[in-house]
Design a protein around this ligand. Structure first.
Ligand SMILES: CC/C=C\C/C=C\C[C@@H](O)/C=C/C=C/C=C\[C@@H](O)CCCC(=O)O
Ligand SMILES: [Zn+2]
Length: 663
């Protein structure tokens, strides 16, 4: 039998569905004919289409190398960061739940870094800009501004004429109800069903949909914020949340460490706090608070082992915010306060690698940051490597091996699915929407590359290397070339007989996995292969399989290793013996539903519909909808998607409607 993984709080959430919230059609933003904006756009998105980047492997990789943006250039931002840099943001926003808008003022402290005095160009998306003032210090006067042409991926540049010597710009604005980085939830979509909820998700290029700024990970700023909410709701941010704060509708925050814009985050809801350790705690709706605190109680241990091995935690507190199930990701590493899907509260800590992952970003990603989305692997590959190590420190070798092996299988699956050009770590993303290119490749291939380095130079030496890397580049944004140069100066010099530049380039600039790369495996998994085989061959019945003590990881491995096609009898036997359709572990349910969809297993249809309408996590939705379309169930996919869509996050709607309806 399946282990009993049911969690009452989550059960209520899942059962409730996600209806009643309507995603309002994106409103038009006032625009002017603006040649400057158009030029920015051409410079950023037009040089080479992805198709132009195809060719032989050698050509491809050399073109990928050339795609390294010049210093100060980010193909996913209009901002003229070679002229000005935003250093600090002061935000004062009111959350208007009735109209689904954030309204207020952003004051940017800017530093001129170029020789000239051109207009300041900021990123925006669907923002209604009411007025702009600029000047020196607090002497701000109204200035001219214009919105340029809108690019479907990048949004709309905001051009501001600055008086000479200006170092401050104040922008009065409001967001659109359909802002791509904000989800407004109706009470029905929450655990408590009585209060609305709001959360933002800025990565990769959605901060611009709720704050006008230089929305590029090359730019780091400190921030202070006042967030005004209805009196009975609590606001939290990726900043200095005070666990003692009482609900009163006005909340002040400070983020004293410089962070990139994609890490600015706001959550508002009927939230309460529960401590888990000295520096760690959880914010959640009261209905979920105890379950979340119990599930994630090892967070403090994770924090301590990571510090011991990779250097100090530099962000003061580390708390978790548990979001409603429409959150489009497993977690988001917002500094000091990771945003977490409730779908990982399984009741048995089986899915807590996600917490290790978000915590690890406090070193890889938040401290040392990819300087453009081309270099995402520097954030995610390092973080995935650290995640595995944290899981080993806290839960031991067997868990480590299983997590690694599952990651390797995820990588294989994505490699089988993607064009060569998207298998390159330093990926060419020009002209593309980062949300649509997103895959496991930067995570798992990046991590496997680091694992190979570890194997070659020895674990202790590699840990030292990582600690030094985090210290050297702390609070800086780096690109692939910075990392390669650092490798040149360190490990390549220290271990010339063990490492080579060619091999490193192959990992970073060539598609696929280099020949001879490590292949993480787990005995706890390989022993399941003959059992699965025997069952498939009819030599044993499902009831003969001794599943006592199987971990979630083993169930996932067992199910994911099933062949494409199973007979109706086989599906029924599996389901009746192991109650798979009713599994309360969302990862197991997902693996089973993937099998059910591709084999037209009707008894799982109701669960499939419930799953797709109650969870908004793209990791599950994209493959499930994709599988439905591929197996001829496009109409059913459309029906369910239309029913669920009003409760999905804007990003979820966008990427899945492409899958279901095509372009
Ligand atoms: C190769 C793609 C390059 C850049 C894309 C960057 C961001 C894309 C965007 O869609 C945002 C992603 C945010 C991810 C946040 C957390 C992930 O670690 C979650 C992974 C999936 C999950 O567990 O649900
Ligand atoms: Zn991550």
């Amino acid at each position: 039998m399946l282990p009993q993984l049911f969690n009452p709080g989550l059960g209520r959430l899942i059962g409730a569905g996600l209806l009643a919230c309507s995603i309002v059609t994106l409103g038009a933003c006032s625009q002017s004919e603006d040649p400057a904006g158009q030029k920015q756009l051409e410079e950023r998105s037009g040089e080479q289409s992805p198709e132009q980047l195809s060719g032989t492997t050698a050509e491809k990789s050399s073109k990928a190398e050339k795609a390294a943006p010049e210093s100060g250039v980010d193909y996913h931002s209009f901002a003229n960061t070679n002229d000005y840099r935003v250093k600090h943001l002061d935000l004062d926003l009111t959350a208007d739940f009735d109209n689904k808008i954030l309204k207020g003022t952003a004051i940017l402290d800017i530093k001129r870094v170029g020789e000239k005095n051109p207009p300041l160009i900021l990123d925006t998306r669907e923002l209604d800009i009411k007025a702009v003032r600029a000047g020196l210090g607090d002497d701000l006067k109204p200035v001219k501004f214009s919105l340029g042409e809108t690019d479907p991926n990048l949004g709309t540049p905001l051009e501001i004429e600055l008086p000479k010597g200006a170092n401050k710009v104040a922008i009065d604005y409001q967001t659109s109800p359909g802002a791509s980085g904000v989800q407004w939830l109706e009470p029905e979509q929450t655990a408590g069903k009585k209060h609305p909820f709001l959360f933002t998700q800025a990565q990769a290029i959605h901060a611009r949909s709720f704050i006008p700024l230089q929305d590029s990970p090359q730019v780091r700023m400190t921030y202070a914020a006042t967030i005004r909410t209805p009196d009975d709701l609590l606001a939290v941010m990726s900043a200095n949340n005070d666990p003692e704060t009482e609900k009163d509708g006005v909340y002040e925050f400070e983020m004293p460490q410089p962070i990139p814009s994609y890490l600015i985050a706001i959550g508002i809801g009927n939230l309460e706090f529960k401590p888990m350790g000295e520096r760690t705690g959880v914010y959640a709706e009261p209905e979920l608070l105890d379950a979340a605190a119990a599930e994630f109680e090892d967070t403090e241990d994770m924090l301590e082992v990571t510090e011991e091995n990779y250097g100090p935690y530099r962000w003061d507190r580390y708390d978790l915010l548990i979001l409603p199930p429409s959150f489009p990701f497993g977690g988001m590493e917002n500094p000091r306060l990771s945003f977490i899907t409730p779908t990982v509260i399984a009741g048995d800590k089986s899915l807590v690698a996600l917490i290790a992952h978000e915590l690890a970003h406090s070193w890889s990603g938040n401290l040392v940051t990819n300087s453009s989305w081309r270099d995402l692997w520097l954030n995610e590959g390092f973080t995935t490597y650290l995640t595995n190590r944290i899981m080993q420190f806290v839960y031991g070798d067997e868990r480590y091996k299983m997590e690694m092996a599952l990651g390797y299988d995820d990588l294989q699956a994505d490699l089988a699915d993607r064009p060569d050009k998207d298998e390159i770590l330093a990926i060419d993303m020009r002209g593309r929407d980062p949300d649509e290119v997103f895959s496991n490749i930067p995570y798992e291939k990046g991590s496997l590359f680091l694992y190979e380095l570890e194997q070659k130079v020895g674990r202790e030496n590699f840990d030292q290397f990582l600690m030094d890397y985090f210290n050297k580049f702390a609070f800086q944004s780096v690109n692939t070339e910075d990392f390669v140069n650092y490798l040149d100066d360190t490990l390549l010099k220290q271990y010339p007989d063990k490492l080579s530049k060619e091999r490193i380039n192959e990992w970073i600039f060539e598609p696929g996995i280099p020949e001879g790369a490590p292949h993480p495996q787990s005995d706890a998994f390989t022993k399941l292969d003959p059992i699965r085989e025997q069952w498939l061959n009819g030599e044993i019945e499902a009831g003969d399989i001794d599943t006592e003590g199987w971990t979630f990881h083993q169930w996932k491995y067992f199910l994911d290793g099933m062949p494409e096609k199973l007979s109706d009898d086989q599906l029924q036997e599996l389901d009746e013996t192991f109650s798979l359709t009713d599994s309360k572990n969302n990862e197991i349910a997902f693996s089973w539903l993937m099998i059910a969809v591709r084999n037209d297993y009707e008894p799982a249809n109701a669960r499939l519909e419930d799953f797709l309408t109650s969870i908004g996590r793209n990791k599950f939705l994209r493959p499930l909808y994709g599988n439905m379309v591929e197996s001829g169930k496009q109409e059913e996919a459309k029906r369910i998607f239309e029913k669920a869509k009003s409760g999905y996050h804007p990003l979820t709607v966008k990427v899945n409607s492409k899958i279901i309806y095509g372009d």
